[in-house]
Write a protein that binds this ligand. Structure first.
Ligand code: SAH
Length: 227
């Protein structure tokens, strides 16, 4: 998968994406990352990319002409995404869909966002990573890429581990334990030490159901509907 990000903070990439599993996959060319500095396409010598909002209000807006010029020279196809709190919420289903794409182009903006006309012109899809407001799209893009890259073929060591994870089955994951068996008097649940695989699966399913019901009534409702 080829990823290309448009940003005024090129220095923050690849950041943590260069570490651990995503970094190994990057080095092994299971995915690539091209970083384009939007400022390189500014029209004045100061590299201005933003201006005051039409109609008034606080903050600054990324200019359509500068971002448009950036896209004109670098966007050659594939999906175009714009990180935005107004976007469709990123969830594991959407992450799977994005992981199946060959090319992802991601606009990271700052300030109050970007001039709407660029998004219309290029048919960009707004994506939100949650109901809270960050200072910029870079952090959001990195989190999204992290979730996508770990689903690419041969990136996770144990592909089996995907199917049991939170959200994959519509449920949150069951609690995990490892040695020592007795830690400060807290014991690992006996069933997990029994070696009885059917009982372990049953126990984990019940735990997953209870945790989902308690913590995420929204997911629990959907799970019951689909069952
Ligand atoms: N005024 C905007 C928020 C701007 S925050 C509004 O109310 O919608 C500045 C930038 O950070 C955004 O343009 C976006 O790129 C990024 N950003 C902030 N929160 C985000 C979120 N939850 N998901 C994705 N991107 C986000």
């Amino acid at each position: 998968m080829r990823a290309q990000v448009f940003t005024i903070l090129p220095e923050v990439f690849p950041g943590f994406l260069a570490s651990s599993l995503t970094g190994k996959a990057l080095a092994e060319e299971k995915w690539s990352l091209k970083v384009v500095n939007i400022r390189d396409y500014a029209f004045d010598k100061y590299g201005s990319v933003d201006d005051t909002p039409s109609g008034g209000g606080a903050g600054m807006v990324m200019r359509a002409d500068v971002l448009g010029e950036t896209l004109k020279h670098n966007f050659t196809g594939g999906k175009l995404l714009n990180m935005s709190p107004r976007g469709v919420p990123l969830n594991q289903k959407l992450v799977h869909q994005l992981a199946a794409e060959d090319e992802l182009n991601i606009i990271c903006s700052r300030f109050e966002g970007v001039d709407e006309r660029v998004l219309e012109e290029y048919g960009a899809l707004d994506i939100s990573i949650g109901d809270y407001v960050l200072t910029g799209g870079e952090q959001a893009a990195m989190i999204m890429l992290d979730a996508i890259v770990r689903l690419l073929p041969d990136v996770l060591g144990n592909a089996e581990s995907i199917k049991d994870e939170s959200f994959e089955s519509g449920l949150l994951e069951y609690p995990q334990y490892t040695r020592p068996v007795d830690w400060r008097g807290r014991m690992i649940p006996e069933v997990l030490l029994s070696g009885h695989h059917r009982k372990i699966d049953e126990w984990r399913l019940v735990q997953s159901q209870q945790i989902t019901q308690q913590r995420r009534p929204d997911l629990w409702k959907k799970y019951l509907e689909l069952k």
